[in-house]
Ligand binder design. Structure first.
Ligand code: FE2
Ligand code: FE2
Length: 267
């Protein structure tokens, strides 16, 4: 990989995901009970670690020394592995009923651990220079992000006040649509390599883009309404913005994959 591409991609991933990891630490902390002081302390530490990583990522430029970025990636990879382990530990505590009354859904904790794993894996790929072949990347990225989007719709549906009937209904519809898209992506995954033709992948990306845009718009509306105190929910305003940014990220990735696909098309 070209060194400038390596530096740019690494910094882009770290800037986006370190902010996300920082916010996960806050959401986990807010979900613990007052007496869970040890867990709250751990969450605070992770918040500080990722806040510092985020700050440092903005001190580098695209002309940074690739060797320095490679070392930074290793360091961040290490932090991502630790927060992943912390999230899995918390999931274990919830599932074994050792945190009765805590306010984070098990699926949310599993979800944020998947995002940490994705981040860690991406840094590993960047440092080893072994990015997936384009057709594989297209299917795998979509399988990952479609599930993330389906989860978000479910979280929104469950955290809205039950009296917000219309919004609740819309969230459930998105959940259903994204579950369907995920199954479709899984079908394409199991049909590979034969399914990896340009027209099929192209159509797959186009279809996903349409649905992600409409979910992104729904999240934006929800975020604005929550910020303006115009709907009833237990959704933290930062969580509403967080899931909106993740949808934007997915759209950015779809466009990037689509552009590489188009550039590879004959003629
Ligand atoms: Fe997240
Ligand atoms: Fe998420």
């Amino acid at each position: 990989m070209l060194t400038t591409v390596f530096v740019g991609r690494s910094l882009d991933e770290i800037r986006f995901w370190s902010r996300i990891m920082k916010e996960h630490s806050l959401f986990l902390k807010l979900g613990f009970r007052c007496e869970d002081t040890q867990l709250i302390g751990e969450a605070n530490q992770f918040y500080a670690v990722f806040e510092e990583i985020e700050r440092r990522s903005h001190t580098f430029t695209a002309e940074a020394d690739p060797e320095q970025i490679r070392r930074f990636n290793v360091e961040v990879h290490n932090a991502a592995s630790h927060i992943w382990a912390f999230k899995r530990k918390v999931l274990g505590l919830i599932l074994s009923c050792q945190l009765p009354g805590a306010n984070n859904f098990p699926l949310l904790v599993d979800h944020v651990s998947r995002e940490a794993f994705y981040f860690r894996n991406r840094l590993e790929q960047l440092n080893s220079g072994q990015l997936e072949a384009l057709p594989d990347a297209i299917i795998d990225e979509n399988v990952f992000f479609l599930r993330i989007m389906a989860d978000h719709a479910k979280f929104i549906g469950h955290l809205l006040d039950p009296s917000e009937r219309q919004l609740g209904e819309q969230a459930r519809n998105f959940s259903h649509d994204f579950d369907q898209l995920l199954f479709q992506a899984k079908d394409l995954e199991s049909m590979r390599p034969q399914s990896q033709t340009v027209p099929l992948l192209d159509q797959f990306l186009d279809q996903n883009r349409i649905s992600v845009k409409s979910l992104r718009d729904f999240k934006k509306t929800a975020r604005d309404l929550i910020e303006a105190c115009r709907i009833k929910s237990i959704i933290h305003p930062l969580l509403a913005d967080h899931v909106f940014r993740e949808a934007e990220r997915f759209l950015f990735i779809i466009d990037m994959l689509d552009a590489s696909l188009t550039s590879k098309q004959p003629g």
